[in-house]
Design a protein around this ligand. Sequence first.
Ligand SMILES: Cc1cc2nc3c(=O)[nH]c(=O)nc-3n(C[C@H](O)[C@H](O)[C@H](O)COP(=O)(O)OP(=O)(O)OC[C@H]3O[C@@H](n4cnc5c(N)ncnc54)[C@H](O)[C@@H]3O)c2cc1C
Length: 523
Amino acid sequence: MPASPDTDFVVIGAGIAGLRAAIELAAAGRVLVLSKQEITDFARETNARPTDGVLSDEDEISLHLQDTLEVGDGLSNPEAAKVLVEEAPERIAELIAWATKADRGGIKLTFEGAGVHSRNRTLHANGASTGREILRTLCTRARSLPEISVRECEFSSELDVIDGRIAGVRVFDHDGQVHTIQASAVLLATGGLGQLYLNTTNPATSTGDGVALAYRGGAEIMDMEFVQFHPTALYLKKAPRLLLSEALLEKGAHLLNMEMTRFMPKYHPMGELAPHHVLARAIMHELDRSRAKDPVVYLDLTDLDAQQIRRRFPRIYAACMQCNIDIASEFIPLQPAAHFSMGGVRTNLEGQTSLPGLYAAGETAANGVHGANRLAGNSLLEALVFAARAGRKMCDTLRRPMAKASRRFSARAYSNGPLPLPVEQIIGQIRQLMWKHAGIVRTGSSLEQAIRGLEEIGRQISYPHNRRECEARNLQTAGLLIARSALAREESRGSHYRTDFPDRNDMKLRRHSLVAGDKIRFE
Ligand SMILES: Cc1cc2nc3c(=O)[nH]c(=O)nc-3n(C[C@H](O)[C@H](O)[C@H](O)COP(=O)(O)OP(=O)(O)OC[C@H]3O[C@@H](n4cnc5c(N)ncnc54)[C@H](O)[C@@H]3O)c2cc1C
């Protein structure tokens, strides 16, 4: 007799990808959605939170495809990009039908992406963050379906793998108790990994858990070297790294170094409208050459119309005011910040990973749609389109009987002995190492240094005892995957920049990096 699972499907993550997949899965069986934080917090805190929120609409598909491939710098998977742009209108129409506030009459189209989009194509919810409105809509829809249960504050710490196939997950519940949940299939929708870096726009939950769980479970991981850094994030001690939208630069804001000199024209003919990665590298160069202890560069909007600034950027205006900066009359201190991971758990276009029964969608997944860099606005869309596809494919797994065997976890955790250092100190070391040696500007020797440091840290945290220690171990694993992949990619492409290999090498490296266990290869 096949064993009866606790639920049919487990979805790890209650962001846009997780909830969209759960809605699809509810048609086929019982779905358990796990979220490591409260969902109300998340709607406030989510990745999709503080920007104007953008989403590609149904504009000319070929142009959107062309822009996506161009930004991907020769590495986007054209098939995935085609699916993304072709299925976008259907996913958007469905959302609108599910009562998103982005009503057609009020959709505002703005030119987004500092010169990377060839035409206006962004969908905005009226008076709110589009991402947050999408999340709220999906949440309401998911909660209305009796097949879906959501467990908040449950942390997935390990995948349960039996005979090379997913059998369930191991979790810490909200009381810190460890238990296991059996399921026919598991979807990873755990979001990004920005917390690996000293500066990040990402929420505290973005600790690379999905990638680390999949890697330890034996799944293939792809393109980890490609991390997008947003060039302009508010930099003030004790304030969150608020994303300062590129639209500010498009309106005519200037970047000034610590000598109050405009520097971008010396780096790129387009000045402040240069591509994101060029801006980020130029800013890092200015920071590095400054003698200040904690250097910044400044965004200067003071020549622009103050009223227009307040009207067009109300959230940025209000957030800066909370930090006592009136952006209409004062310079905004900033640094670049880790923003989005193009790499992740390798999937096909149906969200299937290389580990049978394991699926992935959203930022934690990688099917090559973004290639070496992401077109602004494509990630909310990616989460919707590919999570729906993954959900549909997972429904097939219900027909398979559950494996009946003794439990074997993909890693042995929670053994004895306290960590040698407080966990926050260890996380601080990881973030320093990644920022300094595996961040915006890399070299072979800096990456080797990062790897050595992370390996040493790995020895200290191989047996985590609680949720935070598990997060530290996941950060260490994800960091090591980034550094190893970046060391292997001896070229510069998209968001990956090495001063020792400053050019793109299509002959050798127009291929994806793949890591499984100790092996790394290009395909
Ligand atoms: C500041 C900011 C602005 C952005 N603006 C835009 C934009 O305008 N347009 C655009 O397209 N994209 C934008 N992005 C990117 C986009 O928001 C994200 O890529 C997208 O929201 C990711 O969705 P997701 O569902 O994959 O993950 P997330 O939304 O990050 O959700 C992850 C979920 O997984 C849960 N989780 C994680 N680990 C575990 C675990 N171990 N156990 C249990 N639960 C876990 C979390 O609690 C959460 O519920 C922005 C990102 C940021 C940070």
